[in-house]
Design a protein around this ligand. Structure first.
Ligand code: PGA
Length: 253
């Protein structure tokens, strides 16, 4: 029996209107109430945070944000501080999603700053890591994971309970290609070893590591059956309750 909760998280990316985001939030709440065994988080876009927050109120579903800036306040046109997100009711933020790393050029150094500011702002963090297809093919997967996990350097071990990791191989995101459970498990085991290096064995035993990359009802059960896969960070299949609902009910009781 693992000491870790199962976490099912929906990354809604740049989708929805305030009406459709609110409706999906209500549907997720109903589904989570029926299957409360997992920790459930939704990540709407910034402008829908307030609408979604109202619809999650008094439910067990947690409100998250998809990104934040690394500064508390400042001359940063178009950016959002983690303190503002906390003020809006968000409890957790994604740091280092592959779309931020690769489409918006966010470096490990910058992501390390974001992670630390977010923790100071009292947001929990899901640090996303994962290799590209080219990095996997050249045998560099573990080197890349170590480099990305270095964002945890300098974070006090007492903050470890507020951090989760999402392993998302870039080649599996939005492509329909899922890592086989064995490939995912191997990367998760290495990630857990890296958590132990940073924070010690207790944190490694208790920190959830989510898998992300084309998770859907058809593959979630075999992924969650792996010893080091503690949940899923879901993009495409989180956008309808028809797909997301079964992920919540598939979480082990
Ligand atoms: P996907 O996205 O489930 O559509 O592959 C996962 C993610 O980007 O977090």
């Amino acid at each position: 029996m693992t000491q870790r909760p199962t976490v099912i998280a929906g990354n809604w990316k740049m989708h929805f209107t305030k009406r459709t985001a609110s409706r999906l939030a209500r549907e997720v709440v109903a589904m989570h109430n029926a299957h409360p065994q997992s920790e459930c988080i939704v990540f709407p876009t910034f402008v829908h945070l307030e609408h979604v927050r109202r619809n999650l109120k008094n439910s067990g579903v947690v409100l998250g944000a998809q990104n934040c800036h690394e500064a508390k306040t400042g001359a940063c046109t178009g950016e959002i501080s983690p303190y503002m997100l906390r003020d809006m009711g968000a409890e957790v933020v994604l740091v280092g999603h592959s779309e931020r790393r690769h489409d918006f050029g966010e470096s490990n150094e910058r992501l390390a700053k974001k992670l630390k500011t977010a923790l100071r702002a009292k947001l929990d963090v899901i640090l996303c890591i994962g290799e590209t297809q080219a990095e996997r093919e050249s045998g560099d997967t573990f080197v890349v994971l170590a480099r990305q996990m270095a964002a945890l350097k300098g974070v006090k071990a007492e903050l470890a309970p507020r951090i989760r990791i999402a392993y998302e191989p870039v080649w599996a995101i939005g492509t329909g290609l899922t890592a086989t459970p064995e490939i995912a498990q191997e990367a998760h085991a290495e990630t857990r070893r890296l958590i132990a290096e940073h924070f010690g064995p207790d944190a490694a035993a208790t920190m959830p590591i989510l898998y992300g990359g084309s998770v859907k009802p058809a593959n979630v059960t075999e992924l969650l059956a792996q010893p080091d896969i503690d949940g899923a960070l879901v993009g495409g299949a989180s956008l309808t309750i028809e797909n997301f609902g079964p992920l919540l009910s598939a979480a082990p009781k």
